[in-house]
Design a protein. Structure first.
Length: 276
């Protein structure tokens, strides 16, 4: 066990082992609900990569995604997650009516915005599983910096106007150039980082940041999602600040695709969060 723990570190995970984990199904998506703080309705889910080994249990994404990014192989993971998320969404839609606004969010690294394959991968997954582009939201994470803003803008424009998917900026407030990205790229949703949600009750500047972000998003006709919601008082504070959609362990834990309907859509009724 100690040897495995030493190998599975951010600097020592071999690339070949991560790619093997993706190809053999050790890595698979788990889905976390995104919830209306007013009604409890599950309006979306986010696909999160989970790598599980019998010997060690779940390996956090932070221990393997950065390796893929540094080696310029993160698109291998994205292609897999896109395919599985679209397949799972198609299966859910065949069982119950999820509503026209329901969507599945999939993370994309900023490094992939310079990869010409991204738009093609999205088109292929949508076509293969026959799901609507508007039911997919691409979340751009800022674990890496966008080096070529023009190229990135072209890729995102193709995703939004050429294909029709939704686009969200993840972890807002912690990235390299959040404000610049919002002004430059065609995002329709901004996700407030969990650190600001956690600090709302203790720090005036965090509460002010949340209110300012909500105001900016409303001015731009954008959606807002608060990340890291764990307690009722946080949901109440967010609603008071004008943010009505949240995500976090307090609202719902990630689970495998086969548990989605059982947990959140019993007997074909509308999805409800079981949090709090």
């Amino acid at each position: 066990m100690a040897v495995l723990d030493e190998v599975l570190t951010p600097t020592e995970v071999p690339l070949w082992r991560i790619l093997e984990g993706i190809s053999t199904g050790e890595v698979r998506p788990h889905y976390q609900p995104i919830v209306s703080l007013r009604t409890g309705e599950v309006v979306a889910v986010e696909a999160l990569a989970r790598w599980t080994l019998p010997e060690t249990g779940t390996i956090p994404a932070a221990l393997f995604v950065p390796v893929l990014e540094r080696c310029r192989r993160v698109t291998d993971l994205t292609a897999f997650m896109l395919d599985r998320a679209c397949a799972d969404l198609a299966a859910w839609q065949a069982d119950v009516p999820l509503g026209t606004g329901f969507r599945v969010a999939i993370n994309v690294s900023a490094t992939e915005l310079a990869d010409g394959r991204l738009a093609a991968l999205v088109r292929e997954a949508l076509a293969q599983h026959r799901v609507s582009a508007r039911s997919i939201c691409i979340e751009v994470t800022e674990t890496a910096k966008v080096d070529d803003m023009v190229l990135a803008g072209n890729v995102l424009a193709e995703l939004v106007t050429g294909i029709g998917v939704r686009l969200a900026l993840d972890d807002f407030g912690t990235g390299f150039a959040d404000g610049e990205y919002l002004e430059t790229f065609p995002f329709d949703t901004v996700k407030i980082d969990r650190s600001f949600v956690d600090g709302m009750g203790r720090r005036d500047d965090h509460a002010a940041f949340v209110r300012a972000t909500v105001g900016y998003a409303q001015h731009r006709s954008m959606g807002v999602v608060a990340e890291g919601v764990q307690h009722r008082h946080q949901a109440a504070a967010l609603l008071s600040a004008g943010c009505s959609v949240g995500q976090g362990f307090g609202l719902g834990m990630p689970c495998p695709a086969e548990e989605i309907l059982e947990r959140w859509i019993p007997s074909g009724t509308r999805a409800r969060s079981t949090g709090f």
